[in-house]
Design a binder for this molecule. Structure first.
Ligand code: ADP
Ligand code: UDP
Ligand code: MG
Length: 201
């Protein structure tokens, strides 16, 4: 048996909120505001994947091809990137923006991190509004074109929404009407995070 001095091993008990919503629903925008007001660290799996492409990493080309088709990158790759980013961040509260996107993402995340989310913030927005936002986002993203947008909506409907419904059945979803102006959306989000704070969640 390993000898130790009685102290617990260095362990972080982390709190995680999954921030879900269709492409262009405003996940990144609202996460930035939650960070300012509630001290979470913001990890966007999409951003982490785009960094891999830029860095020309081992899986960069494959990731780029998947993204341009609006398809989901294999869970192993995404989860490892998230896990690494969490370990490198000196915080115990994380917003996972745009993750998980399907059931396999969840299974892989739970297997590798043993973390269960506190709750799911769900930004509910009609496709028409999301399309308008994506087409005027101007971030130079190759996947913000109408063909790829349609594919991304389909993946969201078929793979991500069932997950949201699953978490809703466990009482874990906090849904917000995301079709309103940013300030109004954030007012609702603030209420949710304030009450989560009070409950020590
Ligand atoms: N509530 C809102 N009303 C109008 N435009 C918004 C709103 N939230 C975000 N946007 C804009 O819509 C685009 C998509 O937002 P973003 O936060 O990148 O969404 P997501 O991360 O969900 O794809 C951005 O140009 C952003 O400035
Ligand atoms: O966990 C993730 C996050 C993103 N993506 C890929 O990256 C793209 C862009 O995701 P992001 O969250 O950045 O887009 P948004 O929803 O914000 O428009 C998606 O369409 C997928 O191809 C993925 O496969 N897994
Ligand atoms: Mg985003």
């Amino acid at each position: 048996m390993e000898e130790h001095d009685g102290r617990l091993p260095k362990q972080k008990k982390v709190k995680v909120v999954f921030v879900l919503g269709g492409p262009g629903s405003g996940k990144g925008t609202v996460c930035a505001k939650i960070v300012e007001q509630f001290g979470y660290s913001h990890l966007s799996s999409g951003e982490l994947l785009r960094k891999e492409i830029k860095a020309g990493s081992e899986h960069g080309t494959m990731i780029q091809n998947m993204m341009n088709e609006g398809k989901l990158v294999p869970s192993d790759i995404t989860v490892r990137l998230i896990q690494k980013a969490m370990q490198e961040t000196d915080n115990d509260k994380f917003l996972l923006d745009g993750f998980p996107r399907d059931e396999e993402n969840v299974r892989t995340f739970e297997k590798l991190t043993k973390i269960e989310p506190d709750f799911i913030l769900f930004l509910d927005c009609p496709e028409e509004e999301m399309t308008k936002r994506l087409l005027s986002r101007n971030q130079g993203r190759e996947d913000d074109n109408i063909e790829t947008i349609k594919k991304r909506f389909r993946v969201f409907q078929e793979s991500t929404l069932p997950l949201v419904n699953y978490y809703a059945s466990k009482g874990k979803v906090r849904k917000v009407d995301a079709a309103r102006p940013v300030e109004a959306v954030f007012e609702s989000v603030k209420t949710i995070f304030s009450s989560a704070n009070e409950q020590g969640a």
